[in-house]
Design a binder for this molecule. Sequence first.
Ligand SMILES: Nc1ncnc2c1ncn2[C@@H]1O[C@H](COP(=O)(O)OP(=O)(O)O)[C@@H](O)[C@H]1O
Ligand SMILES: N[C@@H](CCC(=O)OP(=O)(O)O)C(=O)O
Length: 376
Amino acid sequence: MSGLLVGAKRIVVKVGSSLVTDEGRGVDARAIGDWCRQLAELRRAGVESVVVSSGAIAEGMKRLGWSARPRELHALQAAAAVGQMGLAQMYETHLRAQGLASAQVLLTHADLSHRERYLNARSTLTTLLAHGVLPVINENDTVVNDEIKFGDNDTLGALVTNLLDADALVILTDQQGLYSANPRTDPGATLVRQAAADDPSLPNMAGGAGSSIGRGGMLTKVLAAQRAARSGAHTVIAYGREPDVLLRLHRGEAIGSALRATSAKWAARKQWMADHLQLAGRVTVDDGARRALCEQGKSLLPVGVREVQGDFHRGDVIAVVDASGHEWARGLSNYASAEARLMAGRTSVDIEGLLGYVAEAELIHRDNMVLSGVSP
Ligand SMILES: Nc1ncnc2c1ncn2[C@@H]1O[C@H](COP(=O)(O)OP(=O)(O)O)[C@@H](O)[C@H]1O
Ligand SMILES: N[C@@H](CCC(=O)OP(=O)(O)O)C(=O)O
C-alpha cells in the first residue's frame, strides 16, 4: 500500500506550526527552504503542489514578544496577522530562489462551504497552478470567529484537497506519523505504516496536540485523511524533517503513515454530487453537446444549450438533460440561470458582449461534472 504518491499529478502539502517555526523559535528558513527545493523539483517532474502552511500565530507571538499563547481570540488573530508577514515572505524568498512564483491565499471555512465562493476559490487556485504559480494557503485568521474557524489547518488541507481534486494530501508534522497511541505519553506506541483512511479504529489511536505550538494534534490529521478520501485522495502523515521526504514519497518509498482512500476519484465525486447537493435547475442540450460530454470528455459550452429551466445561482448543481428530459449529467453551474438563458445557443466569443464580462467559457466545467452511470 505504500507508494500512494506515485503518479500523483496534484498534491496538497500541509506543514504544521511546530515544524515551520522550529517549535516556536521563529520561522525556520532552513526547513522552508528545503521543502521549497523539493516542491520545485516535483514541479519540474510535472507535479502541481499547493502548500497549506501553519505557523502565523507562533511566529506572530515571537515577533510580539509573547511567551504564552493568549487565550483571547482577538490577540490570537492579531498575532496571526503579524506572523503571516514573515511566513509569506519566507516562502516567497525560497520559492523564488527555486525559480517558482508563489501566491498567498487566505481562506475561511465559509469560503469553501459557500457554493459561489467555492467556485471562485477553485477557479483562482487552478488558474494560479496553470500559470506555474505555487499557492501558499493559510486560514484567514483575521476574520474568523469561533463558529466559522477551521480550528486547525489539517481540516483546511483536506478541504483544499477536495476543492482541487488533488491526488494526495501530505501532512508533515513533528512525529514520524500516526502511532497506535500518543508517543509523547506512551513509550510502547508503534507507528501505523498503512491503513485505510476510513478505518474506524484510527481516531481512537489519535490524541490532541502534544506541544503548546501545534493545534489539532493527531486526531484532526486522521479526520482530515477521512475527509480527503471523500474526494478519492490518499493521505500520508510523515515527519517534516525527514530528508527529501516529498521526493522520496513521490518515488514510492514507504515513509510515515500511508492512509489509503478506498473509493476511486470519480466515484467519490459522483457520490458527492448525488448525496450532498440538490438540483436547482436543468439545461436541455442538443445532440452535439451530449456527444461532446459523453463521448469526448468535454465541458458543457453555452452554444450547445437549448433551454434553461429553474432559478439557480453560480455554484448550484444543475441537471443536463436531452430533448426527451433524460438526465445525462449534472454539475456545478458557472453562471446564474438568468445569465445562462442569455448565453444559451451562443458561442463563447459572444458571451462578453452579452454579459459585459466572462467568468468562464464553460457553463459547466468538466471538472465539476459527473455523467450519469458513466465512469471517466
Ligand atoms: N497517535 C498519535 N500519533 C502521533 N502523534 C500523536 C498521537 N496522538 C497525539 N499525538 C500528538 O500530535 C502531535 C502533532 O500534532 P500537532 O502538535 O497539532 O502538530 P502540527 O503542528 O504538525 O499540526 C504530536 O507531536 C503528538 O504529540
Ligand atoms: N492559522 C494558524 C494555524 C494553526 C494550526 O492549525 O496549527 P497546526 O496544528 O500546527 O497546523 C496559524 O497559522 O498559526
